[in-house]
Ligand binder design. Sequence first.
Ligand code: HAM
Length: 417
Amino acid sequence: MMIKNIKGTKDLLPEATHNIQDIEKHLNQFMYIHGYGEIRTPIFEATELFQRSVGENTDIVNKEMYTWEDQNGQSLTLRPEMTASVVRTYIQNQIWKTEPISKFYYIGPSFRRERPQKGRLRQFHQFGIEALGSMNPEQDAEVVSIAYNIYKMFGIQNLQIKINTLGSDNSRQNYEKDLKASLLKFKSEFNNTEFERLEKNPLRILDSKKENIQNIINQYAPNIMDYISIEDQKHFDEVTNILKSMDIPFTHDCKLVRGLDYYNRTVFEVISNELGAQDALCGGGRYDNLVKQLGGDSIPAIGFAAGMERLILAMKLTKNQNMETDIYIVNIKQELINNSMKLADDIRKELGVAVYLDSLRRSLKSQMRHANKMNAKFVIILDAETIKNNEVIIKDMNNNTQQSININNIISHFTSD
Ligand code: HAM
């Protein structure tokens, strides 16, 4: 029986990875000019790390993690997100002791056992940033504006930023208590899952997509803004003021709460109406208590993560790019294989350009057809007759002209062009 890839995972062939490499190149440059350095952490961690950060009562930890027991009995998990790992290594290396502020970015795979659909996979790729050390509103505004400007850089239209504040732990707990009490009056409207959610993680009810639940929330749920402290309100006002002065458009959505437990104060999402049901391009927020909670000092932090596959959907990169080359060496004589291999290597080393060689020993015609398909700028033809005089034919594919050149002059021919 044929072995297939696992549901919710994707194979990417060179035509598709080409696009992703291009996106990564832009991201690397973008992060560099914003002062964020790349961090790479392992794709699996101790299960406890996610239980203690993302939270026991979240959907991710409850039912979406790929967890197994290692041979030594330790419970391990494929990372469902990367913030926890960044914080783990930050604490392990006690980075705050030498660096008062750390700005990291990452790109890599994450794993969640969700029901696959458009824009939702079981192995997906995230890029994101984490800034650890500053509690000031300009740090929040920087993170939000970076998220927004990345999508602008990639030409995404119809972007919307939703932003909210959850206040401090205390205000969030009071809010959760009152929210639960107000919604429990409508118990009969909730199905089992929703009821369980309301019991264990009431904030999650706020982003229910069901109309009857939304109606109840709109009419009867308390507003989180009535629970936050004066300092939280001031912090939020400063964040939004900076965003306004940077011309970053946003809407304050007081029902935005996010699905992970570690957040406090600022939370935000960038959404696009190009995406359908899974409309969040990225999401993030403050997690000022997480470093302490996982055993470090009290270090404030904020970040976001974005789905690479959702960015690609929004970019409408449906057209895959063909493999291309600069120079295609056509050789149809077996006895000239050594010459063509050596020539290809010399050109790559000397000129650093892409050189493609056929290894199927195909006819001249099919090699020329392939060179065309690969958009080769030049074709070098090793011909049994001309090679006797040490000459090859160079065809300029753009001008459709050709000339004979001494094989020893090929490099200088291209450099003097
Ligand atoms: P998240 O909202 O769970 O946040 O995920 C961030 C983004 O990852 C989503 O907006 C979405 O684009 C993408 N994503 C999530 N799940 C899937 C999936 N199953 N398939 C495809 N794409 C997906 C976090 O992960 C937090 N760590 C963000 C953060 C960083 N908060 C602070 N720092």
